[in-house]
Design a protein. Structure first.
Length: 129
């Protein structure tokens, strides 16, 4: 059995060519070198981000939650760290018209129990309601 089409001219536009296994492995090995470099660079960038200095915030700043204004330090809920996700909000747009990346992040966070157990609180902040 073969996976090669009987007529290579009928291949759909944009599809890569069909080649033998040796040619594929050579191309894959070349790409793997680039992928590993990309992964290492991403790790280095993430490590540099974690080493960024901290900024002291004004403790009198308030955010408005479901129950009204809350002093910003209360978002920590007594924990040492706070992860804040800034959810972009488009005024006058329905929930379906908000930032897809921000909305996906919010929808996929069922709860922050795994963070809370490690002394980390999580908050989503936005200018929207």
């Amino acid at each position: 059995m073969t996976t090669t089409p009987s007529d290579p001219n009928t291949a759909l536009p944009g599809r890569p060519p069909i080649v033998d296994l040796v040619t594929w492995r050579t191309a894959r090995d070349e790409l793997l070198v680039r992928e590993k470099a990309h992964t290492r660079e991403g790790g280095a960038i993430a490590a540099a981000r974690r080493r960024l200095p901290m900024v002291e915030l004004d403790g009198t700043v308030e955010v408005v939650g479901a129950d009204g204004p809350v002093p910003f330090p209360h978002l920590f809920h007594g924990r040492d760290e706070l992860v804040v996700h800034q959810h972009m909000w488009y005024d006058d747009a329905p929930h379906q018209g908000q930032c897809k990346g921000c909305t996906t992040t919010a929808w996929h966070l069922k709860d922050a129990a795994h963070l809370n157990a490690r002394g980390v609180s999580f908050a989503i902040l936005t200018t929207g309601r």
